[in-house]
Design a protein around this ligand. Structure first.
Ligand SMILES: Cc1cc2nc3c(=O)[nH]c(=O)nc-3n(C[C@H](O)[C@H](O)[C@H](O)COP(=O)(O)O)c2cc1C
Length: 340
């Protein structure tokens, strides 16, 4: 399946977008210079901060790169449920801040409109979406501006709807993926099927270029997803320990710590399913309610304090199923070793 320009200029291994620090401009610049498609993560930061990062990548001479955005798709939690969850996590939240209080409930949109304006103004070549599907108007607006759009999907149904809405390409995110699942209905967890099966199924409903992602840390897995019908394979966890990764020292140390023995899909940190290493916080709050983005904001200070203190038991240690294969070193060495 030929890829449309500009994705067809890349090697087969891409870098998945990772918000919260890992997807630094340095990571994107290094990967792109070596011929790998890479993306900045627009999530959580302000539109102004995102624009600064885009400028850094552009000024480094990188012509084709992506920016990933969180699509507003709120799953609100009511005040009673919010306060009840606070009572449950209060002790953990007070561990590194005795004066911790419940943050006001915040159902924001992560500066969606401002970020759309920013990517168009800065002539970002590729924009990808997760957590939900933008309206056909958004796809049309970006197409008119010359932007290639990529939509994350986690099921055949989402793939069909993304194609119908006007996406130019799809990221097919599998069950084993680290970090947040892009599943549109945050009340549900993505279906537990192998990534190759999901890619094969999506391939039967669309001819769009497919970027397969989730649990890929070895070259044989790359070959399998390409054979299943993907055009590119994207890795996240595999580059979390790389020199250019902006993951925190606490997150990096935990990924290399033998005491962590499994990952799980959990809503404990943000009220939306995400795959993380199982630490004390995940174990204690396995039955966390749905509530994104409110719960993300509720646990934010706790996570920041624990990260600063080097206490990985209370941090969202996003990791895919293949985390044990993650290695240190220059990102380009890690990516090129995975090229089929
Ligand atoms: C630390 C971390 C942060 C992530 N942040 C985002 C994000 O901002 N946007 C997004 O679409 N996916 C995000 N993801 C998911 C990745 O884009 C990708 O789907 C996943 O890393 C693939 O699985 P793997 O980690 O097993 O390679 C994140 C994953 C990780 C590990």
């Amino acid at each position: 399946m030929p890829l449309p320009s500009p994705l067809d200029t890349f090697k087969r291994i891409a870098v998945a977008p990772m918000a919260g620090g890992p997807s630094s401009p340095a990571l994107v610049i290094a990967a792109a210079r070596a011929g790998h498609f890479a993306q900045l993560a627009g999530g959580y930061k302000t539109a102004a901060a995102l624009e600064t990062q885009i400028a850094e990548v552009t000024e480094a001479g990188v012509q084709v790169f992506g920016v990933n955005l969180f699509v507003p798709n709120p799953h609100p939690i009511d005040e009673a449920g919010y306060a009840a969850y606070w009572e449950r996590i209060r002790q953990h939240a007070s561990t590194h801040d005795e004066t911790a209080t419940m943050a006001p409930r915040l159902e924001d949109d992560d500066e969606w409109a401002e970020k759309l304006d920013a990517v168009i103004r800065s002539r970002t070549p590729v924009v990808s979406f997760t957590f939900g599907l933008p309206s056909p108007d958004v796809f049309r607006r970006l197409k008119t501006a010359g932007v290639l759009t990529v939509q994350t999907v986690t099921s055949v149904d989402e793939a069909r709807r993304a194609a119908a809405a006007g996406a130019d390409a799809l990221t097919v995110q599998g069950y084993d993926a680290g970090g947040h699942s892009g599943v549109w209905d945050a009340d549900t967890f993505p279906e537990n099927v192998p990534l190759t099966t999901l890619v094969e199924r999506v391939r039967t409903v669309t001819d769009l270029p497919l970027i397969a992602s989730g649990g890929i840390t070895r070259r044989d897995q790359v070959r399998e997803v390409l054979d299943a019908g993907a055009d590119l394979a994207a890795v996240g966890t595999a580059v979390l320990l790389s020199d250019e990764s902006g993951a925190s020292a606490t997150h990096k140390a935990a990924l290399a710590d033998d005491r962590y023995t499994e990952t799980i899909l959990t809503r404990a940190f943000t009220g939306r399913p995400a795959r993380a290493l199982v630490n004390a916080f995940v174990e204690s709050h396995a039955d966390a309610p749905v509530g994104y983005p409110a719960l993300h904001h509720l646990t934010r200070a706790m996570r920041a304090n624990a990260t600063a203190a080097g206490d990985s038991t209370l941090v969202n240690l996003w990791a895919g199923q293949g985390w044990r294969d993650a290695e240190e070193g220059p990102v380009v060495a890690i990516l090129d070793a995975l090229e089929p």
